[in-house]
Design a protein around this ligand. Structure first.
Ligand code: NAP
Length: 293
C-alpha cells in the first residue's frame, strides 16, 4: 500500500490521519505538539521528529496546519518536508490557505520534482471524524487520480474544481456563504430573544423551512447552548475572511457581506474569543444590541 505522511494533528488533522491509518495505510506523522501524535502511534503510525522525516518515509504527504505561514514553515523551513520529498511525491494541503500562496508553493515544489494539490475541506470536526468531509481539490489531473482513493476515505463529496489554487478559491467561496449564514442565524436568534420568544423554538421552526442550513442546525444549537468549545476557532475564521478580502481587493471586487462578517469576527477575536468557536459571534451582536444577560 502507498506510504502516507501527515503533518499537523490539530482539531481536523488528527481525526483525518486516524481515518487514513484505519484504512490500513503505513503512516508517518509529525505534530509540533508531540502529544497530539499519541493516538496515531497507538493506532500503529510512526511519529517522525521533523516534517522532513515524514517526507522521507512517504509517497503522499498530507498537511493540515493553520495558515500560509505555518504551511511555509513545515514545507520550506529548517528540516521542512521539501528537503525529504522523493521525485514525483505528492503534497496535499488540506488546510485553508490562500490561492496566491498555493500557486507559489506549487511552483517551488515543482522545482524539486514534487506535486502540490490544494484540497481544503468543509464539514468541520464532525465531518473529519466520520470521514464525510466535502473536499475541494485544485491541481493537476495525474496526482489528483493518485490521491482520489485516499480522499474517498476522508470525505463523501470530492470535487476536482480545477487547476492549482482552484480548491482554495472554492473554499473561499464556501467561507463567503458560510459567514453570511452564521451572521444571519445569530441575528435571527437575538431577534427572537428580544421579542420575548424562545429562540430554541424559533430555531426548531426554521429548521423545517427555507431557512434550513447546517449552520442553523449545528451552530444555531451551539449559540443556544453557549457551547463555544471549538469546533472551528474564531481566529481561523478571521484568517479565512482575510484571505477572501485580500483576493477581493486584488480583483477590485465588493463583497459587503464578507466585509461585515470580517469586522464582527475581528471584534470577537479582539475581545479574547480567538481560541473559541466562531459561533460565539452571537455574543458580539448581543453586546452591540445590549441583549447580553
Ligand atoms: N476546525 C474546523 O472546523 C475546520 C474546518 C475546515 C477547515 N479548517 C482549516 O483546517 C486547518 C486546521 O484547522 P484546525 O481546526 O485543525 O486548527 P488547529 O486545531 O488549530 O490545528 C492547527 C494545527 O496546525 C499546527 N501548526 C500551526 N503552526 C504550525 C507550525 N508553524 N509548524 C507546525 N505545526 C503548526 C498546530 O500545531 P500545535 O498543535 O502545536 O499548535 C495544530 O496542530 C486550518 O487552515 C483551518 O482553517 C478547519
Amino acid at each position: 500500500m502507498t506510504s502516507l505522511g501527515f503533518i499537523g494533528l490539530g482539531t481536523m488533522g488528527q481525526p483525518m490521519a486516524l481515518n487514513l491509518r484505519r484504512a490500513g495505510h503505513p503512516l508517518t506523522v509529525f505534530a509540533r505538539n508531540i502529544q497530539r501524535a499519541e493516538p496515531l502511534v497507538r493506532a500503529g503510525a510512526h511519529a517522525a521528529m521533523t516534517p522532513r522525516g515524514v517526507a522521507e518515509a512517504a509517497d503522499i504527504v498530507f498537511v493540515n496546519v493553520a495558515d500560509d505561514a505555518a504551511l511555509d514553515v513545515v514545507l520550506f523551513g529548517a528540516e521542512g518536508a521539501a528537503e525529504g520529498l522523493a521525485e514525483d511525491a505528492v503534497v496535499v494541503d488540506m488546510g485553508t490557505t490562500s490561492p496566491a500562496a498555493t500557486r507559489d508553493f506549487s511552483a517551488r515544489l515543482a522545482q524539486r520534482g514534487a506535486h502540490l494539490l490544494d484540497a481544503p475541506v468543509s464539514g468541520g470536526e464532525a465531518g473529519a471524524k466520520s470521514g464525510t468531509l466535502s473536499i475541494m481539490v485544485g491541481g493537476p489531473e495525474a496526482p489528483y487520480r493518485r490521491v482520489l482513493p485516499l480522499f474517498q476515505v476522508l470525505g463523501d463529496s470530492i470535487v476536482h474544481v480545477g487547476g492549482t489554487g482552484a480548491g482554495q478559491v472554492a473554499k473561499a467561496c464556501n467561507q463567503i456563504a458560510v459567514s453570511a449564514t452564521l451572521l444571519g442565524v445569530a441575528e435571527a436568534l437575538d431577534f427572537a430573544a428580544r421579542q420575548g420568544v424562545d429562540p430554541g423554538h424559533v430555531r426548531q421552526a426554521l429548521l423545517g423551512g427555507s431557512a434550513y442550513s447546517r449552520i442553523l442546525e449545528i451552530h444555531g444549537q451551539r449559540m443556544l447552548d453557549r457551547n463555544f468549545v471549538p469546533g472551528f476557532k474564531a481566529r481561523l475564521h478571521q484568517k479565512d475572511l482575510a484571505i477572501v478580502l485580500d483576493e477581493a481587493r486584488r480583483l477590485g471586487l465588493a463583497l459587503p457581506g464578507a466585509a461585515l462578517s470580517a469586522q464582527l469576527m475581528n471584534a470577537l477575536v479582539g475581545a479574547g474569543g480567538g481560541e473559541g468557536d466562531s459561533s460565539a459571534l452571537i455574543e458580539v451582536l448581543e453586546s452591540m444590541n445590549g441583549s447580553r444577560p
